[in-house]
Design a protein around this ligand. Structure first.
Ligand code: ZN
Length: 160
C-alpha cells in the first residue's frame, strides 16, 4: 500500500539540521505514527511521504516555511524570572517552561538576568532547514474511528 489520503503511516526518522548535526531520532525507540492528510506532521514532511510504501527509505529536505515556520524576532521578550520554571542556575540557551494565562509553554532563554530573563517563544526549530532520514515501517488504511478523530490510535498514536 502506498502512502496517500486516509492511510496510517508508522516510520522511523532521524532529523538533522543543515550542517548534518542530529537533532532528534526515533531509532532505538518506538516508531512514530501519523494519519496522512490530517496535519499531524509538518507539511513539508507529509508531502514527501506521498507514494512511499512500507520498507522504503528516503531523505526529505524541508524548508522553514514548510516546517516549523520562519523565526519571528518579535517573539523575543523580557519576563520576570518568577514566571519561569527551571532547576538550578538559569543560563542563555536553557529551554524552560513559561507559565502563561494559557498554561505552560516551552521557551528558550536568550539572556538571563537577576530578576528578569529574555526569552524566545519561537518554536526551537523555527527558521531551520530540516533534513529527515525516513524509513517507512508500515502503511495501512485508517479506521473509521481514526478518521473521525483525525489522529492515529494504538502504537505510536493516541491511547484513549
Ligand atoms: Zn482518538
Amino acid at each position: 500500500m502506498k502512502i496517500g489520503p486516509d492511510t496510517v503511516v508508522t516510520f522511523h526518522y532521524t532529523l538533522r539540521d543543515e550542517s548534518g548535526a542530529e537533532l532528534e531520532s526515533s531509532r532505538g525507540a518506538d516508531p512514530a505514527a501519523y494519519l496522512h492528510g490530517a496535519n499531524n506532521i509538518i507539511p513539508g514532511l507529509e508531502s514527501a511521504m506521498v507514494g512511499q510504501s512500507g520498507g522504503d527509505t528516503f531523505t526529505a529536505t524541508v524548508n522553514p516555511a514548510d516546517g516549523y515556520g520562519l523565526r519571528n524576532p518579535e517573539k523575543v521578550q523580557r519576563v520576570p524570572i518568577k514566571h519561569l520554571s527551571f532547576k538550578g542556575k538559569l543560563s542563555a540557551g536553557d529551554v524552560v517552561q513559561l507559565s502563561t494565562d494559557d498554561g505552560m509553554r516551552t521557551v528558550t532563554v536568550t539572556k538571563a538576568g537577576r530578576h528578569t530573563a529574555d526569552i524566545d517563544t519561537n518554536h526551537p526549530l523555527a527558521g531551520q532547514t530540516l533534513v529527515f532520514d525516513i524509513e517507512v515501517s508500515e502503511v495501512r488504511s485508517a479506521t473509521a474511528e481514526e478518521l473521525t478523530h483525525r489522529h492515529v490510535h494504538g502504537p505510536g498514536g493516541h491511547h484513549h
